[in-house]
Design a protein. Sequence first.
Length: 500
Amino acid sequence: MTTSKTSFQPLDRIAIGLMLILSLLIGLLILQGDAVKPSVRYFSWQNQQIGADDISFTLAFSRPMDAKSVEDNIKIEPPLAGKVSWAGRRMVYTLVTPAPYGTTYKVQLQGAKDKFSEQEGKNRQIQAFTGSFRTRDRVILYIGADQQDKGQLVLYNLTQEQKSVLTPKDLLVMDFKPFPNEDKILFSARKVGNQDLLSTQLYTVTTGISAQSEKQADAPGRVDLLLDNKEYQNLKFDLSPDGQILVVQRGKKDDPGDFGLWFMPLNSENSQEKATPKRLKSQPGGDFVITPDSKAVAVAQGQGAAILPLQTDASKPLDFLPQFGLVQAFSKDGSQAAMVKFNTDYTRDLFLVTNQGIQKQILRTKGSILNCQFDTASPTLYCLLTQLLPGELYQEQPYLVAIDLKSGQQKPLLVLPPDQRNVEMSLAPDGLGLLFDQVVPETTATNSSPANMLTTDDGQAIATSSLWLMPLMPISDPAAANDIKPEQLPLVGFHPRWLP
């Protein structure tokens, strides 16, 4: 009789050993119960750079969580007020106001429990989590007014205290609009020495900044021609909030009567076919501004303000407001607009007009309404106004005011000298600073050619100009309003703007 023996190969023994170990581990887990700590699997702002448009972040958890324990234990340093909402295992934290720029934030969560730990009589706390993100640097743009960068577009990083000149010396910059991603600036300029003051062409220039952490920024100062002036003069222009459309006021060189608005798509960089401007067929108009949804343009037409669609045939306005002559500003979400009404007694009214059809008078003035901007952080409208000074000589004195849109209360911020009629202002994207200039007009004859002189919008020659920054955080506290003092920046320039 023979006896058969089962022999195991080395590979078989390894496989059997692994199965025994796995079976033992599974058994231990079953006996121990679910003891794996819950954890944060995803943080949407991890190592990201955010801007004023980024208003909420998401935390995704490995299992359903006890909502109150999460909300009680989450910490943001420095603090950012917000509201919490839930969708299954995902928590969304929505900021009440935009996060202040130039700051690094830390998000921490520890001590929170999962949804079922209390029911099972266990103290199963989340695995400690720490995440971080930062906001964009505080960056401003202006047109230089000293000998080193006269007429050039200058970028100054307030956070890092770094200055860079973006445009070459042979271009005299007239106006500019930053793209929302901070990477480029759209600007109008004419050649230095050109006697034709209406010979402006439109260009783009790179800033050397990338709003996306994962994207490498282009080198600063690369200038590209966008729209020439061979057949048409390029006058005023506006850039859509999404950075995809240019609207420009143009007049045909050999036909002064051929005058109107043109629009041009700017999202065809990767296309083989270069974008070309198209005529907006509508009645002639004056001042204009693109709506917040980037789909229409508000333009002064005749005795009112028309909202025209951005398409070739705009003969039928989307809306027409006959009582208003000018749209000063839109709120970021497009639900409100500040509009100017010109009265027969030469006074001007400022109205708050909503998309619900509400029209509310905010103020009346005998002076001018130069500029208004909605705050992104509070129901406040900041305005640059003028008041008529008594006396036989017609003289306007500019001043800055904050208007509470709920109560209608006006808070004067700063009164400027009467000779500062050409002052311009710009509200910071995080709502925490107001930038303005103080232009010193040229009072004596100079040897400079008129073609090379810096001028204000109304044609006044500029001798020099200073830039000022006013902090706005204390405005919500009436007791601290009187303590707000503007700070003069160590920069010489005019036409200041914040980078988004």
